[in-house]
Ligand binder design. Structure first.
Ligand SMILES: [Zn+2]
Length: 1010
């Protein structure tokens, strides 16, 4: 509530404007309004006393937060928390945080609460707007002005009109808290921040309130927050005991929920993105906790993302350094910006702003993973004084959640103040960044990206377009065919030089034709930047001074979705006749008449959805390509002989599958495609990476049982329940046998993950156990062995492939961690080796795949011959002697002997067996049990598609996808990760093909003779 008469407020505002005009300098104006309490406004003495009590040292606070202003009408966070924000032992559930925000809303005209969507588990997400009554009353008018600045096309790129709008507008600063669930401080800090912004009458705060809108999502990962509070309550209820680790955060992923800003597959990303764009906010500021005491990681370290506007990188520095300066002046130690994390990947939540013409910001403050007050001892590199951290944190300190809240709130308030005082600059920048996005085609290029109407993978193309649509990118469709000039192709660096006679030929002019209906992503639109960043290629130099990329270095979406995307610089493309696309549709359904239905296989995931949807319909896969009725069908195409046409029609049109009805079945060899009974195995140590697999299966509506390694240990007959067991990457890094041993059980107490009186919400929503510590154990190993032996298919990926190989689940493949390769979340090219394998159905000759350092597969035909890494390029030589290199050696005095060629093999192949090896060859793997290579990594010079690649020859040409027969079953092994963050949909079919053809994986197999 406002305790001051309106007239004096108005006078104050007028004075403020005069002052600003007089000095024409924000800095001079700043000196007039010192931060801190207004002595005329009473403080809430009891609350203030507790703030001071819970703050562990006088320098861990500031004049902005060392008191709480009193209000007769507006409740403090204490009414909900039972104590002050940041009090020891107090962590509110999201519901309590919302309850408080809604109490604020009903008590103060300066607060409004908006529901912004639901999580995967149905929990609500909110955004709380805090501003003056006047601003909140005119939100829509303000939004309309901001919308014009956000889309300069609406004002014809008129800078003078933009200046008028800037002068009339108040900006929006959006803060998001606790996306990472063990980082627990933000909700209480944001509750108190909202109170301060609504109630405090000090000029410093009033200026913020009157001059801008602060928008707050206090809990971003709501599902994970409730789990974390449960765990913390369990900890409080069991003093002296170890508490369970937070195995699950959100429904699908843990820490990676902050890597979804490209693919937008999680609800929290979608809800925050929509809120940011709806409000036309200028800043998105995401709160994290890991680093002492406040690390403004906004600017981070190089390399910066190559698609952001330089105006933004300047804003990072301005806000970051000003933040450090303000807090250093308060005497608060350990506040710094820069640091070691690069700002390359646009996957972080904050990058929603960076890619939509706003300002991305991120804090790491210092949290205790709960609300205990404890002594914290830092590592030397954490308290070292560096060029960017002149006032480092203390080596050892008592630290409380209140300290953390003090830092979060002080950082935010100084940021809000600086932003508000410079809002004319930042609003103008907001407009300029949008304008430069619109003028991109002429200023920097490209003009557009084109996705052709005749792409063989319309379903995956639609998936990619839907990602762009979620990113609020405008998509157009050409109403007639058109052609564009392509830039002349330059020879790649390192490519062989042209011969002398070719020298003067010059590059041939190249044009490309696109059919009507092709999709055009124009780059003269406000959000061109995100489309450009997703569709372009990335190159991270091995010589970059940054040697430890923080996240993926490559992500080119067209490549990873296995669809065609053309970067067009020819501006003529913008005048092609086109219509805006309202909804992305993949036309599906049945054409033709006849009782046999055929669906071409182009490695599109929707085929698997169809298989599971029509559970009772028999479906066959063609083992060879065929042609019928003028239509070409590739290997693996579906044939349905007894399908109900109406059911199929409905399913096909919903899934966007084109079905051709035929009078007769084509004469082609087929095998049944069955809906395999599927299990997905997780460990209790990390569910992070497999979460993306669960999400992919759920979105495709493919049912599976979700079981832990402990379940496998207790299941004597896995074959009775499952045909296929997926064992996605377990994330246990170098220690692959940890999957067997689990966590130590020789000491300590059981660590339950299940619902108890203290943990009511949660915990066993995905899976549950009385004790997360036991691993797969040796009985689990035996069960997996028996499963494969009896005919089951075990699919393993990266570290679980190494695991399978190291415990001898198959004999023919060794999987070694690379020694010098650096492929950090890069996109690498792989080549199809065995097109007849059902795993390869629908694929072309090459496939771009996500590779995060292997492992390096080497195949062997001799058991125990594993482990040798073949680097290729062996030079064949001959002994010193008569003749030339090409001549055989010669022994004087006897006739020359013709030596038969030794058997040779390629790097990716199983080496053939020699006659010598076959003599008493009990170690020789029979041909039918040798590994079958489906895809291999490309040759070294063709390997890199996007990102960082160093030492690529270590993995070049090695197998990337292998089918290793074992007993009556198969261990299918991936060196790439085919299912990752919703970004690798082009490689999903490798997994889905394995599932659908589980009992026919040997189809088309050619065996060695011996
Ligand atoms: Zn975090």
């Amino acid at each position: 509530m406002n305790h001051q008469p309106k007239s004096s407020l108005r006078l104050f505002r007028r004075l403020a404007i005069c002052a600003a005009l007089a000095y024409a300098s924000a800095a001079a104006w700043a000196q007039d309004v010192p931060p801190g309490r207004d002595p005329k406004q009473p403080a809430d003495e009891a609350y203030t006393a507790k703030i001071r009590k819970y703050t562990t040292a006088p320098y861990f606070t500031s004049p902005l937060v060392d008191y709480l202003p009193a209000s007769k009408t507006v409740p403090t966070p204490e009414v909900v928390l039972g104590d002050v924000a940041g009090a020891p032992g107090v962590l509110p559930y999201a519901e309590d945080v919302y309850k408080y925000m809604r109490l604020l809303e009903s008590a103060s005209p300066r607060v409004k609460v908006y529901s912004i969507g639901r999580t995967e588990e149905g929990r609500e997400m909110i955004a709380v707007a805090v501003s003056s009554e006047a601003n909140l009353a005119k939100l829509e008018e303000n939004r309309a002005r901001l919308a014009k600045l956000a889309d300069p096309r609406t004002i014809h790129l008129d800078d003078a009109e933009a200046d008028r709008l800037v002068a009339q507008s108040v900006p929006v600063y959006y803060i998001t808290g606790t996306i990472h669930s063990p980082e627990t401080g933000a909700p209480t800090a944001l509750m108190e921040l909202a109170y301060r912004l609504a109630v405090d009458e000090s000029p410093y705060i009033r200026e913020i309130r009157d001059g801008m809108v602060t928008l707050i999502t206090p809990v971003t990962e709501v599902d994970g927050r409730d789990r974390m509070v449960d765990i913390y309550r369990w900890h409080l209820a069991h003093p002296g005991q170890f508490w369970p680790p937070l195995v699950y955060w959100g429904k699908y992923v843990a820490h990676d929920n902050n890597r979804d800003a490209m693919g937008v597959t999680l609800k929290l990303t979608e809800n925050v993105l929509n809120t940011f764009v709806l409000w036309k906010a200028q800043v998105l500021h995401d709160l994290h906790e890991s680093v002492p005491y406040l690390y403004d990681n906004t600017a981070g370290d190089g390399p910066f993302n190559a698609w952001v506007d330089p105006i933004l990188t300047d804003e990072w520095e301005m806000m970051g350094w000003r933040n450090v300066s303000d807090m250093t002046r308060f005497g608060m130690p350990g506040v710094f910006t820069h640091g070691v994390f690069d700002t390359w990947s646009p996957g972080y939540l904050m990058f929603i702003a960076a890619m939509h013409n706003g300002i991305s910001r991120l804090y790491e403050t210092f949290g205790n993973g709960g609300a205990d007050t404890i002594e914290r001892t830092l590592d030397p590199e954490e308290y070292a004084r560096t060029w960017f951290r002149q006032n480092p944190p203390l080596p050892k300190a008592q630290w409380s959640q209140r300290d953390n809240n003090n830092y979060e709130e002080t950082g935010l308030l100084t940021s809000l103040s600086y932003f508000e005082r410079n809002k004319a600059l930042f609003l103008k920048n907001f407009y300029l960044k949008a304008k430069r996005s619109v003028t991109k085609p002429a200023a920097e290029g490209p003009a557009a990206y084109v996705l052709p109407a005749d792409d063989p993978r319309p379903g995956l193309q639609a998936d990619l377009l839907r990602v762009l649509a979620k990113q609020q990118v405008e998509i157009s469709r050409a109403s007639s065919s058109f052609s564009v000039a392509l830039p002349p192709k330059k020879p790649a660096r390192g490519a062989p030089r042209k011969g002398a006679d070719e020298k003067d030929a010059g590059p041939a002019p190249a044009t490309r034709d696109f059919p009507a209906g092709s999709y055009i992503i124009r780059m003269d639109q406000p959000y061109s930047r995100i489309a450009d960043a997703l569709l372009d290629y990335q190159y991270w130099s091995p010589d970059d001074p940054q040697k430890t990329p923080y996240d993926d270095t490559g992500w080119t979406f067209g490549e990873l979705f296995d669809v065609q995307v053309t970067r067009v610089t020819d501006q003529k493309v913008l005048s092609v006749a086109m219509d805006p696309v309202k909804e992305i549709r993949t036309p599906g359904g049945i054409t033709g008449t006849g009782g046999v239905f055929a669906i071409n296989n182009a490695a599109e995931p929707a085929l698997a959805s169809l298989r599971y949807r029509l559970r009772d319909t028999s479906i066959e896969a063609a083992e060879e390509p065929f042609e019928t009725g003028g239509q070409k069908f590739s290997r693996g195409s579906f044939l349905l002989r007894n399908a109900n046409r109406a059911d199929l029609e409905r399913a096909a049109s919903e899934l966007g599958l084109r079905v051709i009805a035929l009078a007769d079945a084509p004469a082609v060899k087929t095998h049944p495609v069955r809906a395999a009974r599927l299990a997905l195995v997780h460990t209790w140590q990390s569910t992070q990476t497999e979460g993306w697999w669960r999400q992919a299966l759920d979105l495709l509506q493919i049912p599976y049982n979700y079981i832990s390694t402990q379940t496998v240990a207790g299941e004597d007959n896995l074959n009775a329940k499952y045909d296929v067991i997926l064992f996605p990457p377990a994330g246990f890094g170098g220690n692959i046998t940890a999957v067997i041993s689990g966590l130590p059980t020789a000491w300590g107490n059981p660590l339950p993950w299940k619902n108890t009186p203290e943990t009511p919400n949660l915990v066993g929503k995905n899976d549950s156990t009385d004790d997360v510590r036991p691993g797969l154990g040796w009985s689990g190993v035996a069960h997996l062995q028996a499963f494969v032996e009896k005919g089951g298919v075990l699919l393993t990926v990266m570290d679980t492939a190494r695991f399978a190989s190291s415990i001898g689940l198959e004999d023919g493949v060794s999987a070694a961690p690379p020694q010098k390769l650096k492929s950090v979340g890069s996109v690498l090219r792989t080549n199809l080796v065995d097109a007849a394998s059902p795993i390869a159905y629908g694929y072309g000759d090459t496939l771009s795949a996500y590779c995060d350092n292997g492992p390096v597969f080497s195949l062997t035909s001799i058991v125990g011959g594993r482990g040798g890494r073949r680097l290729g390029g062996e030079q064949r030589t001959r002994p010193t002697g008569r003749g030339t290199l090409g001549d055989p050696d010669f022994t004087p005095g006897r006739p020359a002997i013709e030596i038969s060629e030794e058997p040779k093999s390629e790097i990716w192949e199983t080496p053939p067996v020699s006659t010598e090896q076959l003599r008493n060859g009990y170690r020789v793997i029979p041909p039918a049990l040798r590994a079958r290579v489906i895809f291999r990594y490309a040759d070294a010079r063709d390997l890199l598609v996007s990102g960082l690649l160093e030492g690529g020859d270590e993995i070049a040409q090695h197998a990337s996808v292998v089918d290793a027969p074992s007993g009556n079953g198969h261990v299918v092994m991936f060196s790439i990760n085919p299912v990752w963050r919703g970004e690798t949909r082009g490689s999903y079919a490798l997994v889905l093909n394995t599932i659908l053809n589980f009992d026919s994986l040997n189809a088309g197999r050619k065996l060695a003779e011996k």
